[in-house]
Design a protein around this ligand. Structure first.
Ligand SMILES: Cc1cc2nc3c(=O)[nH]c(=O)nc-3n(C[C@H](O)[C@H](O)[C@H](O)COP(=O)(O)O)c2cc1C
Length: 211
């Protein structure tokens, strides 16, 4: 059984993910933990999910507050990932020294993250030794700015509509922090075509502007 568990981890570790810090706040109590079991569920209505260990100390706060923010980390923010995954004084007393602001729900949105989702919990399901939370997106943004507010239950605008209203900001600033095989990774800036033999030099020239 122990070997199966380890192998399951190993297999799942081959699925590369980004790294997020899920934050919440109930009254004046702040909480946050590192999470990579995060994905989108539905576009209309906009829903996301996170899976939280049944033994997590943050679980009670999430259930109480019924809100969370998903903070997608840049590759400059590995320290947040480390800090929010450990039981340190700095985490519990000083919120990992993270500067934050709020969007709609009041959950802390960490400054300078790659992107964020601000959500209200609308459902919780049992998921073995984890709890699955479904969050309805109330705000989201990139580069720390609110780009969409859904406080009247509106649907997400289509890409065309958003270009007209300018309500969805799509510019990517910074690069994501990645996690693969239990290790933090950087993203390669350019994709290298795998099967075109002889084209590699051309790609490199293209990527570097031919220098
Ligand atoms: C890259 C990474 C991803 C993680 N993903 C999750 C996750 O999806 N769900 C979870 O419950 N814990 C996850 N963890 C572990 C928690 O962050 C860690 O156990 C944390 O200390 C829990 O804190 P708490 O018990 O105070 O809530 C992850 C840790 C790391 C380093």
């Amino acid at each position: 059984m122990a070997i199966e568990k380890a192998f399951f981890r190993q297999v799942m570790g081959r699925f590369a993910t980004g790294v997020t810090v899920v934050t919440t706040r109930s009254q004046q109590v702040l909480g946050g933990l590192t999470v990579n079991s995060f994905c989108s569920v539905s576009l209309n209505p906009p829903l996301v999910l996170i899976c939280i260990d049944n033994n997590s100390n943050t679980l009670a706060l999430l259930r109480e507050s019924k809100i969370f923010a998903v903070n997608m980390l840049t590759n400059e923010q590995k320290e947040y990932s480390r800090c929010f995954a450990t039981n340190s004084q700095g985490r519990f007393d000083r919120f990992c020294n993270a500067a934050y602001h709020t969007a709609v729900t009041g959950a802390p949105v960490l400054d300078d993250v790659l992107a964020f989702i601000d959500a209200r919990i609308i459902a919780e399901y049992p998921g073995g030794d984890h709890a699955i939370f479904i969050g309805q997106v109330e705000a989201m943004g990139t580069a720390g700015e609110i780009s969409y507010v859904n406080n009247e239950g509106q649907e997400l605008p289509t890409e065309d509509e958003s270009q007209q209203t300018g309500s969805v900001q799509t510019a990517l600033e910074g690069e994501p922090l990645l996690y693969f095989e239990g290790q933090y990774r950087h993203m390669a800036t350019f994709y290298r075509e795998p099967s075109i033999i002889g084209a590699r030099t051309d790609n490199v020239e293209e990527a570097t502007g031919g220098r």
